[in-house]
Ligand binder design. Structure first.
Ligand SMILES: [Zn+2]
Length: 72
């Protein structure tokens, strides 16, 4: 069974834990539907990225479901 090699002081523990915090996502409102989405990502509700339609969400969802049924 593993044993601690050295005594770990409370300050050592706290200094290590100072890097554990999660960073907040940079969310911006979508140009088309105003839903908050991560910066530089295509909106998954309308398929827009900075005023330009990138993907057809309805068609994309259909393709996704059809590929799932094919594999089963
Ligand atoms: Zn959108």
């Amino acid at each position: 069974m593993g044993l601690p090699g050295h005594h770990r002081t409370s300050s050592h523990k706290r200094r290590r834990a100072s890097h554990f915090a999660l960073t907040k996502l940079n969310l911006i409102p979508c140009a088309n539907c105003k839903i908050k989405i991560p910066y530089n990502m295509v909106c998954k509700f309308c398929g827009f990225l900075k005023d330009i339609k990138k993907i057809d969400v309805k068609q994309f969802k259909k393709e996704k479901t059809s590929t799932k049924t094919k594999t089963k």
